[in-house]
Design a protein around this ligand. Structure first.
Ligand code: ZN
Length: 472
Protein backbone atom coordinates (compact mmCIF):
# COMPACT_ATOMS: atom_id res chain seq x y z
CA UNK A 1 0.00 0.00 0.00
CA UNK A 2 2.71 2.46 0.95
CA UNK A 3 6.38 1.70 0.48
CA UNK A 4 7.50 4.44 2.81
CA UNK A 5 6.37 2.55 5.92
CA UNK A 6 8.32 -0.29 7.55
CA UNK A 7 5.07 -2.26 7.93
CA UNK A 8 2.10 -3.44 5.92
CA UNK A 9 -1.17 -1.54 6.21
CA UNK A 10 -4.33 -3.51 5.57
CA UNK A 11 -7.78 -4.16 7.07
CA UNK A 12 -6.76 -7.82 7.23
CA UNK A 13 -4.57 -7.06 10.27
CA UNK A 14 -7.55 -5.71 12.20
CA UNK A 15 -8.10 -8.88 14.18
CA UNK A 16 -4.41 -9.23 15.08
CA UNK A 17 -3.81 -9.85 18.77
CA UNK A 18 -0.49 -9.15 20.42
CA UNK A 19 0.09 -11.19 23.55
CA UNK A 20 2.39 -10.25 26.37
CA UNK A 21 5.17 -12.55 25.12
CA UNK A 22 5.05 -11.01 21.67
CA UNK A 23 4.95 -7.38 22.63
CA UNK A 24 7.74 -4.88 22.43
CA UNK A 25 5.92 -2.28 24.47
CA UNK A 26 2.51 -1.71 25.96
CA UNK A 27 1.09 1.81 25.73
CA UNK A 28 -1.60 3.30 28.01
CA UNK A 29 -4.04 0.53 29.07
CA UNK A 30 -5.48 -0.38 32.45
CA UNK A 31 -2.09 -0.26 34.21
CA UNK A 32 -1.02 3.09 32.83
CA UNK A 33 -2.61 6.26 31.49
CA UNK A 34 -3.48 7.69 28.14
CA UNK A 35 -6.15 8.86 25.74
CA UNK A 36 -6.98 9.62 22.15
CA UNK A 37 -8.56 12.89 21.10
CA UNK A 38 -9.51 14.51 17.82
CA UNK A 39 -10.14 18.26 17.71
CA UNK A 40 -11.53 20.30 14.87
CA UNK A 41 -9.36 23.35 14.25
CA UNK A 42 -9.08 26.32 11.91
CA UNK A 43 -7.31 25.77 8.61
CA UNK A 44 -4.56 28.14 9.71
CA UNK A 45 -3.95 26.31 12.96
CA UNK A 46 -3.13 22.96 11.37
CA UNK A 47 0.12 22.18 9.63
CA UNK A 48 -0.76 19.32 7.34
CA UNK A 49 1.26 16.16 7.95
CA UNK A 50 3.18 17.51 10.91
CA UNK A 51 4.08 15.15 13.75
CA UNK A 52 5.14 16.19 17.23
CA UNK A 53 6.29 13.80 19.93
CA UNK A 54 6.47 14.80 23.57
CA UNK A 55 8.44 12.21 25.56
CA UNK A 56 10.54 9.19 24.60
CA UNK A 57 10.19 7.58 21.17
CA UNK A 58 9.74 3.85 20.47
CA UNK A 59 13.46 3.27 19.91
CA UNK A 60 14.20 4.63 23.39
CA UNK A 61 11.73 2.33 25.08
CA UNK A 62 12.85 -0.78 26.86
CA UNK A 63 11.56 -4.08 25.53
CA UNK A 64 8.72 -5.53 27.58
CA UNK A 65 7.95 -2.24 29.30
CA UNK A 66 4.87 -0.09 29.65
CA UNK A 67 4.47 3.62 28.95
CA UNK A 68 1.71 6.20 29.16
CA UNK A 69 0.49 7.22 25.74
CA UNK A 70 -1.76 9.95 24.34
CA UNK A 71 -2.64 10.77 20.74
CA UNK A 72 -4.08 14.11 19.72
CA UNK A 73 -5.08 14.80 16.14
CA UNK A 74 -6.00 18.26 14.90
CA UNK A 75 -8.14 18.22 11.78
CA UNK A 76 -9.28 21.01 9.48
CA UNK A 77 -11.29 21.40 6.30
CA UNK A 78 -14.18 23.33 4.92
CA UNK A 79 -16.67 20.66 6.05
CA UNK A 80 -14.93 19.88 9.34
CA UNK A 81 -16.98 20.73 12.41
CA UNK A 82 -16.81 19.84 16.10
CA UNK A 83 -19.59 17.29 15.67
CA UNK A 84 -17.26 15.19 13.53
CA UNK A 85 -14.57 14.81 16.18
CA UNK A 86 -15.92 11.59 17.73
CA UNK A 87 -16.35 9.90 14.39
CA UNK A 88 -12.81 10.66 13.31
CA UNK A 89 -11.52 9.69 16.74
CA UNK A 90 -13.23 6.31 16.49
CA UNK A 91 -11.42 5.66 13.22
CA UNK A 92 -8.05 5.93 14.97
CA UNK A 93 -8.92 2.56 16.53
CA UNK A 94 -9.57 1.04 13.12
CA UNK A 95 -6.59 2.58 11.33
CA UNK A 96 -4.03 1.73 14.00
CA UNK A 97 -5.26 -1.85 13.81
CA UNK A 98 -4.63 -1.81 10.05
CA UNK A 99 -0.94 -1.53 10.90
CA UNK A 100 0.76 -4.91 11.02
CA UNK A 101 2.25 -5.48 14.45
CA UNK A 102 0.05 -3.01 16.21
CA UNK A 103 -2.96 -3.64 18.43
CA UNK A 104 -5.32 -0.88 19.51
CA UNK A 105 -8.10 -1.67 21.98
CA UNK A 106 -10.93 0.40 23.44
CA UNK A 107 -11.41 4.13 23.05
CA UNK A 108 -11.08 7.55 24.60
CA UNK A 109 -9.16 7.43 27.89
CA UNK A 110 -9.47 3.63 27.98
CA UNK A 111 -7.18 3.06 24.99
CA UNK A 112 -4.77 0.17 25.31
CA UNK A 113 -2.09 -0.36 22.70
CA UNK A 114 0.63 -2.90 22.06
CA UNK A 115 3.42 -2.80 19.52
CA UNK A 116 4.77 -6.22 18.59
CA UNK A 117 8.42 -7.29 18.75
CA UNK A 118 8.40 -8.43 15.17
CA UNK A 119 7.24 -5.06 13.88
CA UNK A 120 10.04 -3.35 15.78
CA UNK A 121 12.63 -5.76 14.39
CA UNK A 122 11.36 -4.94 10.90
CA UNK A 123 12.07 -1.26 11.43
CA UNK A 124 9.12 0.22 13.30
CA UNK A 125 11.29 2.29 15.62
CA UNK A 126 9.44 5.59 15.78
CA UNK A 127 5.92 6.75 16.54
CA UNK A 128 6.28 9.01 13.55
CA UNK A 129 5.70 6.00 11.23
CA UNK A 130 2.46 5.22 13.04
CA UNK A 131 1.19 8.79 13.12
CA UNK A 132 2.02 9.33 9.45
CA UNK A 133 0.23 6.15 8.44
CA UNK A 134 -2.86 7.07 10.44
CA UNK A 135 -2.87 10.61 9.02
CA UNK A 136 -2.61 9.20 5.52
CA UNK A 137 -5.60 6.92 6.19
CA UNK A 138 -7.60 9.77 7.70
CA UNK A 139 -7.17 11.78 4.53
CA UNK A 140 -7.78 8.85 2.18
CA UNK A 141 -10.81 7.49 3.94
CA UNK A 142 -12.38 10.71 5.21
CA UNK A 143 -12.09 13.17 2.34
CA UNK A 144 -13.61 16.03 4.34
CA UNK A 145 -10.32 16.18 6.24
CA UNK A 146 -8.13 18.55 4.25
CA UNK A 147 -5.40 19.00 6.83
CA UNK A 148 -4.34 16.87 9.78
CA UNK A 149 -1.52 16.98 12.27
CA UNK A 150 -0.67 14.64 15.12
CA UNK A 151 0.75 15.15 18.58
CA UNK A 152 1.71 12.01 20.49
CA UNK A 153 2.69 12.13 24.15
CA UNK A 154 4.62 9.48 26.09
CA UNK A 155 5.52 11.68 29.05
CA UNK A 156 3.41 11.04 32.15
CA UNK A 157 3.48 14.61 33.49
CA UNK A 158 2.40 15.98 30.16
CA UNK A 159 -0.43 13.43 29.87
CA UNK A 160 -1.64 14.20 33.36
CA UNK A 161 -1.72 17.87 32.42
CA UNK A 162 -3.87 17.16 29.36
CA UNK A 163 -6.11 14.36 30.56
CA UNK A 164 -8.51 16.44 32.65
CA UNK A 165 -9.25 18.79 29.73
CA UNK A 166 -9.72 15.80 27.51
CA UNK A 167 -12.23 14.26 29.91
CA UNK A 168 -14.13 17.54 29.89
CA UNK A 169 -14.37 17.25 26.10
CA UNK A 170 -15.74 13.69 26.35
CA UNK A 171 -18.18 14.79 29.03
CA UNK A 172 -19.45 17.73 27.01
CA UNK A 173 -20.06 15.41 24.05
CA UNK A 174 -21.97 12.94 26.22
CA UNK A 175 -24.06 15.65 27.79
CA UNK A 176 -25.24 17.08 24.49
CA UNK A 177 -27.73 14.29 23.98
CA UNK A 178 -29.29 14.63 27.44
CA UNK A 179 -31.98 17.06 26.41
CA UNK A 180 -32.82 15.20 23.23
CA UNK A 181 -34.90 12.02 23.07
CA UNK A 182 -35.89 9.36 20.56
CA UNK A 183 -39.34 10.86 20.13
CA UNK A 184 -37.89 14.29 19.25
CA UNK A 185 -36.21 13.19 16.02
CA UNK A 186 -37.35 11.29 12.94
CA UNK A 187 -33.97 9.90 11.95
CA UNK A 188 -31.66 7.52 13.78
CA UNK A 189 -28.18 6.57 12.59
CA UNK A 190 -26.66 3.24 11.77
CA UNK A 191 -22.98 2.34 12.04
CA UNK A 192 -21.16 -0.49 10.29
CA UNK A 193 -17.68 0.08 11.71
CA UNK A 194 -17.88 -3.29 13.46
CA UNK A 195 -19.21 -5.22 10.48
CA UNK A 196 -15.76 -6.61 9.66
CA UNK A 197 -15.70 -8.86 12.71
CA UNK A 198 -19.43 -8.87 13.49
CA UNK A 199 -21.13 -9.23 10.10
CA UNK A 200 -24.68 -9.46 11.40
CA UNK A 201 -24.27 -6.56 13.79
CA UNK A 202 -26.91 -3.85 13.58
CA UNK A 203 -25.70 -0.78 15.41
CA UNK A 204 -28.45 1.79 15.88
CA UNK A 205 -27.57 5.10 17.47
CA UNK A 206 -30.45 7.20 18.80
CA UNK A 207 -30.65 10.22 21.11
CA UNK A 208 -31.47 7.87 24.00
CA UNK A 209 -29.00 5.16 23.04
CA UNK A 210 -25.30 5.74 22.46
CA UNK A 211 -23.33 3.20 20.39
CA UNK A 212 -22.10 0.14 22.27
CA UNK A 213 -18.49 1.25 22.06
CA UNK A 214 -19.53 4.46 23.81
CA UNK A 215 -17.85 6.51 21.10
CA UNK A 216 -20.68 7.58 18.82
CA UNK A 217 -23.77 9.48 19.87
CA UNK A 218 -26.69 10.68 17.78
CA UNK A 219 -25.05 14.04 16.96
CA UNK A 220 -21.89 12.26 15.83
CA UNK A 221 -23.91 9.94 13.59
CA UNK A 222 -25.73 12.87 12.08
CA UNK A 223 -22.53 14.81 11.36
CA UNK A 224 -20.86 11.80 9.76
CA UNK A 225 -23.86 10.90 7.62
CA UNK A 226 -24.02 14.47 6.43
CA UNK A 227 -20.45 14.62 5.11
CA UNK A 228 -20.38 11.06 3.80
CA UNK A 229 -23.85 9.50 3.43
CA UNK A 230 -22.37 6.39 1.78
CA UNK A 231 -19.88 5.95 4.61
CA UNK A 232 -20.03 3.70 7.67
CA UNK A 233 -22.51 6.00 9.44
CA UNK A 234 -25.82 6.61 7.69
CA UNK A 235 -29.36 7.75 8.33
CA UNK A 236 -32.10 5.33 9.38
CA UNK A 237 -35.54 6.90 8.96
CA UNK A 238 -37.16 5.66 12.15
CA UNK A 239 -40.52 4.96 10.54
CA UNK A 240 -43.55 4.07 12.57
CA UNK A 241 -43.44 3.70 16.33
CA UNK A 242 -44.54 0.11 16.97
CA UNK A 243 -44.00 0.05 20.72
CA UNK A 244 -42.95 3.01 22.83
CA UNK A 245 -42.02 1.06 25.96
CA UNK A 246 -39.47 -1.21 24.31
CA UNK A 247 -38.47 1.27 21.60
CA UNK A 248 -39.54 -0.66 18.53
CA UNK A 249 -39.68 1.22 15.21
CA UNK A 250 -40.58 -0.06 11.76
CA UNK A 251 -37.61 1.76 10.19
CA UNK A 252 -35.16 0.13 12.59
CA UNK A 253 -36.65 -3.31 11.90
CA UNK A 254 -36.27 -2.81 8.17
CA UNK A 255 -32.65 -1.83 8.58
CA UNK A 256 -32.02 -4.71 10.96
CA UNK A 257 -33.10 -7.10 8.23
CA UNK A 258 -30.93 -5.40 5.66
CA UNK A 259 -27.81 -5.00 7.78
CA UNK A 260 -27.89 -8.50 9.24
CA UNK A 261 -28.62 -10.05 5.83
CA UNK A 262 -31.94 -11.33 7.09
CA UNK A 263 -30.62 -12.79 10.34
CA UNK A 264 -32.68 -10.39 12.47
CA UNK A 265 -35.82 -8.51 11.59
CA UNK A 266 -36.76 -6.99 14.90
CA UNK A 267 -34.78 -4.87 17.31
CA UNK A 268 -36.21 -3.27 20.39
CA UNK A 269 -33.89 -0.45 21.35
CA UNK A 270 -34.68 -0.39 25.05
CA UNK A 271 -35.29 -4.05 25.70
CA UNK A 272 -33.02 -6.57 27.37
CA UNK A 273 -34.95 -9.81 27.15
CA UNK A 274 -36.92 -9.56 23.94
CA UNK A 275 -35.38 -8.76 20.55
CA UNK A 276 -32.50 -6.87 22.14
CA UNK A 277 -29.99 -4.77 20.23
CA UNK A 278 -27.21 -6.89 18.72
CA UNK A 279 -23.80 -6.84 20.43
CA UNK A 280 -20.69 -6.30 18.31
CA UNK A 281 -17.68 -6.88 20.54
CA UNK A 282 -16.46 -3.44 21.52
CA UNK A 283 -19.22 -2.77 24.06
CA UNK A 284 -17.97 -1.07 27.22
CA UNK A 285 -20.28 -3.01 29.52
CA UNK A 286 -22.08 -6.33 29.27
CA UNK A 287 -25.38 -6.98 31.01
CA UNK A 288 -26.29 -10.49 32.13
CA UNK A 289 -29.56 -11.95 33.27
CA UNK A 290 -29.39 -13.71 36.63
CA UNK A 291 -32.30 -16.17 36.62
CA UNK A 292 -31.95 -17.06 40.31
CA UNK A 293 -33.04 -13.56 41.30
CA UNK A 294 -34.77 -12.58 38.06
CA UNK A 295 -32.52 -9.53 37.91
CA UNK A 296 -29.88 -8.09 35.64
CA UNK A 297 -26.23 -7.56 36.49
CA UNK A 298 -23.70 -5.44 34.59
CA UNK A 299 -19.97 -5.83 34.31
CA UNK A 300 -17.51 -3.55 32.56
CA UNK A 301 -14.22 -4.14 30.85
CA UNK A 302 -12.19 -2.78 33.75
CA UNK A 303 -13.56 -5.25 36.29
CA UNK A 304 -11.11 -8.11 36.57
CA UNK A 305 -13.06 -10.11 39.15
CA UNK A 306 -15.89 -12.57 38.87
CA UNK A 307 -19.54 -11.56 38.76
CA UNK A 308 -22.04 -13.31 41.07
CA UNK A 309 -22.91 -15.73 38.27
CA UNK A 310 -19.35 -17.03 38.50
CA UNK A 311 -18.26 -15.54 35.19
CA UNK A 312 -15.76 -12.86 34.24
CA UNK A 313 -16.23 -10.02 31.79
CA UNK A 314 -14.13 -11.75 29.14
CA UNK A 315 -16.16 -14.96 29.28
CA UNK A 316 -19.47 -13.14 29.04
CA UNK A 317 -18.14 -10.83 26.34
CA UNK A 318 -17.25 -13.93 24.33
CA UNK A 319 -20.81 -15.20 24.68
CA UNK A 320 -22.30 -11.86 23.82
CA UNK A 321 -20.21 -10.56 20.94
CA UNK A 322 -20.02 -11.24 17.26
CA UNK A 323 -23.03 -9.22 16.14
CA UNK A 324 -25.57 -11.58 17.63
CA UNK A 325 -28.87 -10.88 19.29
CA UNK A 326 -28.23 -12.77 22.48
CA UNK A 327 -31.16 -12.96 24.83
CA UNK A 328 -29.89 -12.88 28.39
CA UNK A 329 -26.81 -10.80 27.56
CA UNK A 330 -26.51 -7.29 26.22
CA UNK A 331 -23.57 -5.08 25.34
CA UNK A 332 -23.98 -1.35 26.00
CA UNK A 333 -21.97 1.87 26.19
CA UNK A 334 -21.53 3.37 29.66
CA UNK A 335 -23.55 6.41 28.67
CA UNK A 336 -26.62 4.25 28.10
CA UNK A 337 -26.92 4.04 31.91
CA UNK A 338 -27.72 7.75 31.80
CA UNK A 339 -30.54 7.28 29.31
CA UNK A 340 -34.05 7.86 30.67
CA UNK A 341 -35.08 4.86 28.53
CA UNK A 342 -32.41 2.52 29.96
CA UNK A 343 -33.82 -1.04 29.50
CA UNK A 344 -37.24 0.37 30.24
CA UNK A 345 -39.05 -2.62 28.71
CA UNK A 346 -37.58 -4.79 31.47
CA UNK A 347 -38.16 -2.48 34.39
CA UNK A 348 -35.21 -0.13 33.97
CA UNK A 349 -33.11 0.44 37.07
CA UNK A 350 -35.56 -1.56 39.20
CA UNK A 351 -34.31 -4.64 37.40
CA UNK A 352 -30.63 -3.97 38.09
CA UNK A 353 -29.25 -5.99 40.97
CA UNK A 354 -25.46 -5.95 40.69
CA UNK A 355 -22.58 -4.00 39.17
CA UNK A 356 -18.88 -3.51 39.98
CA UNK A 357 -18.23 -0.70 42.43
CA UNK A 358 -16.14 1.32 39.99
CA UNK A 359 -18.88 1.27 37.37
CA UNK A 360 -21.54 2.06 39.95
CA UNK A 361 -19.53 5.05 41.17
CA UNK A 362 -19.22 6.30 37.60
CA UNK A 363 -22.97 6.45 37.05
CA UNK A 364 -24.07 6.88 40.67
CA UNK A 365 -25.36 10.43 40.20
CA UNK A 366 -27.46 9.31 37.24
CA UNK A 367 -29.19 6.49 39.08
CA UNK A 368 -32.66 7.06 40.55
CA UNK A 369 -32.05 8.01 44.16
CA UNK A 370 -34.21 5.31 45.73
CA UNK A 371 -32.35 2.45 44.04
CA UNK A 372 -28.75 3.56 44.61
CA UNK A 373 -28.18 1.73 47.88
CA UNK A 374 -30.10 -1.36 46.78
CA UNK A 375 -27.81 -2.41 43.96
CA UNK A 376 -25.07 -4.73 45.15
CA UNK A 377 -21.39 -4.51 44.19
CA UNK A 378 -18.56 -7.01 44.63
CA UNK A 379 -18.25 -5.70 48.21
CA UNK A 380 -21.81 -6.81 48.98
CA UNK A 381 -22.26 -9.97 46.93
CA UNK A 382 -19.79 -12.38 45.38
CA UNK A 383 -22.21 -15.19 44.60
CA UNK A 384 -25.90 -15.82 44.11
CA UNK A 385 -26.66 -16.56 47.76
CA UNK A 386 -25.07 -13.42 49.10
CA UNK A 387 -26.73 -11.45 46.30
CA UNK A 388 -30.14 -12.86 47.17
CA UNK A 389 -29.61 -12.01 50.84
CA UNK A 390 -28.44 -8.50 50.03
CA UNK A 391 -31.48 -7.83 47.86
CA UNK A 392 -33.80 -9.09 50.56
CA UNK A 393 -32.07 -7.07 53.24
CA UNK A 394 -32.30 -3.88 51.17
CA UNK A 395 -35.86 -4.61 50.07
CA UNK A 396 -34.86 -4.21 46.45
CA UNK A 397 -37.89 -3.71 44.14
CA UNK A 398 -36.89 -6.98 42.41
CA UNK A 399 -38.50 -8.78 45.38
CA UNK A 400 -41.88 -7.97 43.92
CA UNK A 401 -41.05 -10.21 40.99
CA UNK A 402 -40.27 -13.18 43.16
CA UNK A 403 -43.06 -15.64 43.53
CA UNK A 404 -43.37 -17.01 47.03
CA UNK A 405 -43.44 -20.70 47.73
CA UNK A 406 -47.23 -20.77 47.74
CA UNK A 407 -47.07 -21.83 44.11
CA UNK A 408 -46.12 -25.27 45.30
CA UNK A 409 -49.55 -25.76 46.77
CA UNK A 410 -51.05 -25.31 43.35
CA UNK A 411 -49.15 -28.28 42.01
CA UNK A 412 -51.40 -31.04 40.62
CA UNK A 413 -51.98 -34.50 42.08
CA UNK A 414 -49.19 -36.41 40.39
CA UNK A 415 -46.24 -34.11 40.24
CA UNK A 416 -43.26 -35.15 38.17
CA UNK A 417 -39.77 -34.44 39.32
CA UNK A 418 -37.27 -33.34 36.73
CA UNK A 419 -33.58 -33.79 37.15
CA UNK A 420 -32.91 -30.15 36.49
CA UNK A 421 -30.52 -28.39 38.81
CA UNK A 422 -32.34 -27.70 42.00
CA UNK A 423 -32.36 -24.16 43.24
CA UNK A 424 -34.27 -24.34 46.46
CA UNK A 425 -34.83 -21.07 48.20
CA UNK A 426 -37.42 -19.40 50.31
CA UNK A 427 -38.57 -17.45 47.31
CA UNK A 428 -38.34 -18.71 43.77
CA UNK A 429 -38.44 -16.18 40.99
CA UNK A 430 -41.11 -16.77 38.43
CA UNK A 431 -39.65 -18.37 35.35
CA UNK A 432 -39.00 -15.82 32.68
CA UNK A 433 -39.91 -16.26 29.11
CA UNK A 434 -37.19 -18.72 28.11
CA UNK A 435 -34.83 -17.16 25.62
CA UNK A 436 -34.31 -19.19 22.48
CA UNK A 437 -30.55 -19.34 22.74
CA UNK A 438 -30.02 -19.20 26.43
CA UNK A 439 -26.62 -20.22 27.72
CA UNK A 440 -26.55 -23.79 28.89
CA UNK A 441 -24.48 -22.82 31.91
CA UNK A 442 -27.45 -20.92 33.27
CA UNK A 443 -29.11 -23.19 35.78
CA UNK A 444 -32.76 -23.99 35.29
CA UNK A 445 -35.02 -23.23 38.16
CA UNK A 446 -36.72 -25.92 40.13
CA UNK A 447 -37.96 -26.15 43.65
CA UNK A 448 -36.42 -28.39 46.24
CA UNK A 449 -39.29 -30.76 46.80
CA UNK A 450 -42.89 -31.43 46.01
CA UNK A 451 -42.76 -30.74 42.32
CA UNK A 452 -41.75 -28.18 39.81
CA UNK A 453 -43.67 -25.41 38.20
CA UNK A 454 -42.27 -24.07 35.00
CA UNK A 455 -43.99 -21.35 33.08
CA UNK A 456 -42.84 -20.99 29.50
CA UNK A 457 -44.24 -18.17 27.43
CA UNK A 458 -43.48 -17.92 23.72
CA UNK A 459 -40.76 -20.44 24.37
CA UNK A 460 -38.42 -22.02 21.89
CA UNK A 461 -36.38 -24.50 23.92
CA UNK A 462 -34.04 -27.12 22.54
CA UNK A 463 -33.28 -30.00 24.86
CA UNK A 464 -30.91 -32.85 23.99
CA UNK A 465 -32.11 -35.15 26.72
CA UNK A 466 -34.63 -34.88 29.49
CA UNK A 467 -35.25 -37.49 32.15
CA UNK A 468 -38.54 -37.54 34.02
CA UNK A 469 -38.68 -39.65 37.11
CA UNK A 470 -41.85 -40.93 38.71
CA UNK A 471 -42.51 -39.77 42.25
CA UNK A 472 -41.64 -42.53 44.71
ZN1 ZN B 1 -18.63 -2.19 17.86
Amino acid sequence: MADEFPFEISPMFEGERIRKEGMHVELAGPKSKGFELVRAADMNDVEDGRFTLIGPDLQDMEEGSRYPFAMIYKIAGELVETDLESIVERRNHEFQNYIQGMMHLNQRDDVWIRVGKEAVSKGLNSFEHIAKAVMMLFKNELPFIEKVEAIYITDMDEIEKEIENTREVYKARDERTRGLHDEDVDTFYGCTLCASFAPTNVCVVTPDRISLCGAINWFDGRAAAKVDPEGPQFAIPKGELLDAESGEYSGVNEFAKKLSSGEYDRIKLHSFMEYPHTSCGCFEVVGFYIPEVDGIGWVDRDFAGTAPNGLQFSTMAGQTGGGKQVVGFLGVGVNYFRSPKFIQADGGWNRVVWMPKMLKDKVFQDMPEDIREKIATEDDAKDIDSLRNFLKEKNHPILERWVEEEVEEEVEEAPAKTQAASQAGSATPQMMQMPANFMPSMPMMGSGSGGVRIILKNAKVTVDKITILKEE
